[in-house]
Design a protein around this ligand. Structure first.
Ligand SMILES: [Fe+2]
Length: 267
């Protein structure tokens, strides 16, 4: 994290298993006409920076120093007790293109949003580590970072994080939830940090590891996809996102028309 003129995301970081995966990734990006270059980054082994076809800046490494496990150091857990950085969600003008690129790179599609009976993709959930998603792409002006998400050990840690936000004067920054997602099945809460970046704290993802599992489709006209119960998210949740530093933003061909809290209440 560093100071800048405005809030922006430098790049999204991902781990690969082994060092030679980085060589294959570099060749993959270059074969698709995408920027890829080796860089030196403190506290990381060999590091590859690359850009996907939409311009999303990425960074990959295989090794970094291993620190002592904190999972049973309960007196050191604070706030929402975030265990790990789990996934990111990106708005992109061409969801299908993103899906094709990332599945070719080795991601698996766990769930997707498209009108029933079609593959007119509005959102895709892509995974590498056996839970529902590591990278999510939704239709929208982009590329922009919609949110990054931390796993919490228990559902009550989400409520604890909200209570602490309220006590510290950040109650209005609790933007959505706590609630339950349709896709991914997680309990969640979204907050905006003081710079405006959206952070999700979540729990209860399921595992998807068997090769026989077909991707699960959700019809966007079925509003249970975004809120099985409770109220829809406010318009800002759908539209506001963090730009990537020095990356041009393109509008999608089809503008999203989600059911927002504002339109829901106006009915
Ligand atoms: Fe998320």
């Amino acid at each position: 994290m560093r100071k800048g003129e405005g809030a922006a995301c430098a790049r999204l970081g991902l781990r690969v298993f082994q060092d030679d995966d980085l060589d294959r990734l570099k060749a993959f990006f270059e074969a698709h006409g995408c920027y890829a270059a080796w860089v030196d980054v403190p506290h990381q082994g060999r590091t590859l920076q690359a850009t996907d076809p939409a311009g999303t800046p990425l960074e990959f490494c295989a090794t970094m120093p291993v620190l002592p496990r904190m999972i049973t150091k309960f007196t050191r857990h604070a706030g929402g007790s975030a265990l790990r950085l789990d996934h990111t969600q990106v708005l992109t003008p061409e969801v299908r293109k993103a899906c094709e690129f990332y599945t070719a790179a080795g991601f698996r599609l766990s769930e997707y949003i498209a009108p029933a009976g079609t593959f007119d993709l509005r959102g895709v959930f892509l995974q590498r580590k056996g839970n529902p998603h590591d990278m999510v792409f939704f239709n929208g002006a982009g590329p922009r970072l919609h949110h990054f998400a931390y796993l919490a050990p228990e559902v009550h840690h989400l409520l604890n994080a909200c209570d602490i936000a309220g006590e510290l004067g950040y109650g209005a920054a609790v933007e959505r939830g706590p609630g339950r997602h349709g896709p991914g099945h997680a309990m969640y809460v979204y907050m905006r940090d003081p710079d405006g970046h959206r952070v999700e704290l979540f729990n209860t993802h399921y595992q998807i590891m068997d090769i026989e599992n077909e991707p699960i489709g959700w019809d966007p006209s079925d509003h249970k996809i975004s809120f099985p119960w409770g109220l829809p998210a406010r318009q800002a949740w759908f539209e506001e996102a963090t730009p990537f530093a020095d990356v041009a933003i393109c509008e999608p061909e089809v503008k999203p028309k989600p059911l927002t809290l504002e339109s829901y209440l106006a009915k």
